[in-house]
Ligand binder design. Structure first.
Ligand code: GSH
Length: 202
C-alpha cells in the first residue's frame, strides 16, 4: 500500500490523494501539521530533506516528493496523461505553470489569509501576490474559454494540478466572478467520476 504524508488543508497534498483514489489504490494517510512545523522535524527531514509535504512512499518503500512528480508517476499508463507527445508536453507545460505562476501566489495568499490570519498585517504583500494570482487565473480563463479542459476535451493531470488551489482560491479572497469559463470548468471537474474534494484524507 502507498503511504501519503500530507496536510489535509493543502492543495498540493490533495493532488496525489485524488490520483490514488482515481487509480483505485487504497493508501495510508499520515497527517503532518505544517502549522506546527511537523515537516521540519529531524525525523521528517530524514525522509524529505526539503521539509515539505506531500511525500509519497511507494509500496516497495521508495520515496517521492513534489506533488506534480507524484501526479506524473501515478498517472502513467492512464488517460490522465496523454500518449501523444505534443499533448503530453502541453500537460507538462501546465504543471510547470502551476508551480511557477499559480501556486506561489494563490496557495500562498490562501495560507497567509485563511490559516495564518495575516490578511490585515500583510495587506500590501498580499495585494502584490494577488495581482500575480489573478494574472495566472487569466491565463487559465483564456484557455478554458476555448476548450472544456486545459489540454483539450479530456481531463488530464493538468486539470488536477490546477484544480487543487483554484477551487479553494476564494479562501484567500480571490473572486472568480469575472472568470465564467473557469467557474464552468470547476463544476465540470467536480462532476468527474470518483471526485472527492478538499480537505484531503485517505
Ligand atoms: N513544490 C512542492 C510544494 C510543497 C509545499 O509547499 N508544501 C507545503 C504545504 S502545501 C509545506 O510542506 N509547507 C511546510 C513547510 O514548508 O515547512 C509540491 O508541489 O509538492
Amino acid at each position: 500500500m502507498h503511504t501519503l504524508y500530507g496536510s489535509s488543508i493543502s492543495g498540493n497534498c490533495w493532488k496525489p490523494a485524488f490520483m490514488l483514489r482515481q487509480r483505485g489504490r487504497p493508501f495510508r494517510w499520515v497527517e503532518i501539521d505544517v502549522l506546527k512545523q511537523q515537516s521540519r522535524t529531524a525525523e521528517f527531514l530524514a525522509l524529505n530533506p526539503n521539509g515539505r509535504v506531500p511525500l509519497l512512499q511507494l509500496p516497495d518503500g521508495r520515496l517521492l516528493a513534489e506533488s506534480n512528480a507524484m501526479l506524473l508517476h501515478l498517472g502513467e499508463g492512464t488517460d490522465w496523461l496523454p500518449a501523444d507527445a505534443y499533448a503530453r508536453a502541453k500537460v507538462y507545460e501546465w504543471l510547470f505553470f502551476e508551480q511557477y505562476s499559480h501556486e506561489p501566489f494563490i496557495a500562498t495568499v490562501r495560507f497567509w489569509v485563511a490559516f495564518m490570519g495575516k490578511g490585515e498585517e500583510w495587506r500590501d504583500k498580499i495585494a502584490e501576490a494577488m495581482t500575480k494570482g489573478y494574472a495566472a487565473l487569466g491565463v487559465m480563463e483564456r484557455q478554458l474559454s476555448q476548450t472544456p479542459f486545459l489540454v483539450g476535451t479530456q481531463a488530464t493531470l493538468a486539470d488536477i494540478a490546477l484544480y487543487a488551489y483554484t477551487h479553494v482560491a476564494h479562501e484567500g479572497g480571490f473572486v472568480l466572478d469575472d472568470y465564467p469559463a473557469m467557474r464552468a470548468w470547476l463544476s465540470r471537474f467536480a462532476a468527474l467520476p470518483g471526485f472527492v474534494g478538499m480537505p484531503c484524507r485517505a
